[in-house]
Unconditional design. Sequence first.
Length: 328
Amino acid sequence: MEKVVSGIRPTGNLHLGNYFGAVRSFVKMQDEYNCMFFIADWHSLTTHPKPENIQSSARTILAEYLACGIDPEKAPIYVQSDVRETIELYLYLNMNMYLGELERVTTFKEKARQQPDNVNAGLLTYPTLMAADILQHRANKVPVGKDQEQNMEMARKCARRFNNIYGVEFFPEPENFYFADKAVKIPGLDGSGKMGKSTGNCIYLRDDDKTIRKKVMRAVTDNGPEAMNSPRPEVIENLFTFLKIVSAPDVYSYFDEKWNDCTLRYGDLKKQIAEDLCALVAPIRERIEEYSANTELLDRIAARGAEVARASAAATVDEVRRIIGFRR
Ligand code: ADP
Ligand code: TRP
């Protein structure tokens, strides 16, 4: 069966971008593939060198994964730092990655701009660590959002290069997986590009109904449609992106027609999105609360996940050592 792996950094609560871009794919894939999902706590050190409480932020994401519907019986969940085998693979892969190509990665350039006093080597080799996360399980598919495309390209490069240098067909080239064939980008509702923790424009899976309504009703709009069947400006298209993703197709068509014949009232559109979002998020939020209260269960799930992940990674690393020529 094809293998799947993916992870998210524990730098805050999960938001709708994480959910639609990644976690809902995790849930869908667990029934069809051999999946493992993890919490990328090492990766968060590239931007947060001194995290406040590593354990509790990992538990937070774990509870959120479970609340979204990941079943650890089908897809083990583990914490990245519990699998030390990853570091050995990271080291070997780094020997074949070049400074020039790592420096050209857009996320590296962006982070270097955002934290000019901390352009650390971990940030530079972020894609290598991500490749090690994936290749240690010899995974075939990786569910991630659009912003991870370049990191995925680097992971394929690592796999290809290793195979070429040692003359083996050992690592499969991992493909991106998208929920509906195409990457989605969940926009921010404040008129700025994408929803993301660093932009402070997120709707979180933990938000209550009132907060969700407030955030949606505050979404940036314009003066309204001015000519029949005109193209939608970005801020309005952003609202329609939400509508498409959370509301029924006939509801989408209804508002689309209203836009086209210039009778659309943004207040109605926002109310619809807010109600449909609340209906989606409320049961997840309740489950997050239940799981969060049960730290014993969370720790048991993570311990079991670590066992499975370590066995899988150790088998790969043993083989890699043999291929390179080390004693096993
Ligand atoms: P953030 O941008 O909030 O820091 P992460 O970078 O930790 O989020 O992303 C975790 C996962 O969620 C990745 O697979 C990423 O592609 C996906 N993701 C994050 N934000 C969005 C978004 N706005 N639209 C689609 N996917 C997203
Ligand atoms: N870079 C990913 C993000 O920011 C997190 C991540 C780390 C990851 N290692 C991975 C995702 C391996 C998929 C597979 O969201």
